[in-house]
Write a protein that binds this ligand. Sequence first.
Ligand SMILES: *[C@@H]1O[C@H](CO)[C@@H](O)[C@H](O)[C@H]1NC(C)=O
Ligand SMILES: *[C@@H]1O[C@H](CO)[C@@H](O)[C@H](O)[C@H]1NC(C)=O
Ligand SMILES: *[C@@H]1O[C@H](CO)[C@@H](O)[C@H](O)[C@H]1NC(C)=O
Length: 322
Amino acid sequence: MEELGKLITENQTIIASLGVAAITVAVFRRWKAGGRCLSKARLDGKTVIITGANTGIGKETAVDLANRGARVILACRDKSRGENALADVIKRTGSKQVVLKSLDLASLESVRKFAQDINKTEPRINILLNNAGVMMCPYMKTSDGFEMQFGTNHLGHFLLTNLLLEKIKRSAPARIINVSSLAHTFTTKINYDKIKDEKSYSRIEAYAQSKLANILFSRELSRRLQGTGVTVNSLHPGSVATELGRYFPGFTILYPTLSLFFKSPWEGAQTNIHCAVEESLENVTGKYFSDCAVVQESKAARDDEAAKSLWEMSAKMVGIQQ
Ligand SMILES: *[C@@H]1O[C@H](CO)[C@@H](O)[C@H](O)[C@H]1NC(C)=O
Ligand SMILES: *[C@@H]1O[C@H](CO)[C@@H](O)[C@H](O)[C@H]1NC(C)=O
Ligand SMILES: *[C@@H]1O[C@H](CO)[C@@H](O)[C@H](O)[C@H]1NC(C)=O
């Protein structure tokens, strides 16, 4: 009798422990999934450009916005990977309004060509999602001789945004969204001299500077666009298990394990989607988002003087009028 009682309590303990473990896992999974975009807004008749849309959160965002009726332009560098993404987005949405265009943000010439093509062929641009990025790559240069991460993540998008700006303004209400990162907090200021040479190059510093630049630019641009009906915001998508991590040693082996702890691309796309469609954000500009909510960026990212001087430096680097 006593034996049986003990057995029952032991079983109960095991069941209870399993229950607690299951709840813990569920709570952890929900927590790491972060915020969700709850808006049901439709985008019929609107045109969206997403850079780096061939994988990860760019592609998930494309699927979501296409499902809302938007015309979605996937701006991708690699042709065959872009074509795979296009086929996948069309298959998942049934949309006939998804197109692929070639854009290499590491080449100012490619950015100019893309912008000209869009300017000529698209009557409007309502949402520009500057999403493409390289993360922590070894020292490399863009076609124009700039450090790769600063050159792609910041300068390429800087030129693109500026070249499309007239059309975006004419399409107002419009939104420009920059995918930045929490990594912007890893540095305290933009100092291009520190990352431009191989000798002093640090992968993390260069990535952090490029992401700080994204936020400073959103800030300066939102100031310049006050009253135009065009809003500009930046965001941190969260730690997402995507191919962005491809430069980390052991990435391929670790990937399946990592995805347990990081957000899925769908989860990581939620803040993108929120900033692109949420109706209550119609007049919200110059802000930084994480998990579908406004959060405060680092002190360095709130420095208006730094934002202005970065704008001037970048305009010189890409050769446009300030
Ligand atoms: C996005 O970032 C790029 C590069 O930092 C910048 O040139 C552009 O103005 C920014 N746009 C917005 C909307 O923040
Ligand atoms: C876009 O096209 C308009 C005329 O349709 C032209 O005035 C403008 O310069 C063009 N902008 C770019 C960046 O090519
Ligand atoms: C945004 O501003 C416009 C013009 O001031 C106003 O009509 C509209 O209601 C505002 N939208 C929101 C969501 O606050």
